[in-house]
Design a protein around this ligand. Structure first.
Ligand code: CDP
Ligand code: MG
Length: 141
């Protein structure tokens, strides 16, 4: 079964939307394989988003991701990576489709509630950034 990494970003936690967002995720058929709450250090935020290090928004993004606690989750489903990107919607909530999590709850392109891996390969890298093998035992076993 395919897996993806989700992060409920600091704005999601601050706005008391953890439960609502997780409800959307579960109702869309994802199984939660692993879940924890933590505060990313500046170093962790920089490393997690290192693909964007040359972008103009990188420093602000790092500050935002270090501005409060996040919830990180491993989600499992057929076609998890693409289905989760569909469920969250476009990066900019103004461009996100009606009914998507970002369209429903996000305030801006930066404070957009949730992260989702963009490929199966990156999902594997991102999952191992946060979780060890013993935390990743499938619910079905
Ligand atoms: O998260 P997603 O894959 O949709 O977008 P991204 O292009 O990989 O950018 C990562 C994150 O950087 C976004 O989710 C936003 O929080 C932030 N960002 C931003 O603040 N300003 C932009 N112009 C683009 C992205
Ligand atoms: Mg991305």
């Amino acid at each position: 079964m395919e897996r993806t990494l989700a992060i409920l970003k600091p704005d999601c936690v601050r706005k008391n939307l953890i439960g609502k967002v997780i409800s959307h995720i579960e109702e869309a058929g994802f199984k939660i394989v692993a879940l924890k709450m933590l505060k990313l250090t500046v170093e962790q935020a920089k490393a997690f988003y290192s693909v964007h290090k040359e972008k103009p928004f990188y420093n602000d993004l790092v500050k935002f991701m270090n501005s409060g606690k996040v919830v990180v989750m491993v989600l499992e489903k057929d076609n998890a990576v693409n289905d989760f990107r569909e469920l969250i919607g476009a990066t900019d909530p103004k461009e996100a489709k009606e009914g998507t999590i970002r369209r429903l709850y996000a305030d801006s392109k930066q404070e957009n509630i949730v992260h989702g891996s963009d490929s199966v390969e990156n999902a594997k890298i991102e999952i191992s950034f946060f979780f060890s093998e013993s935390e990743l035992i499938s619910n079905e076993s």
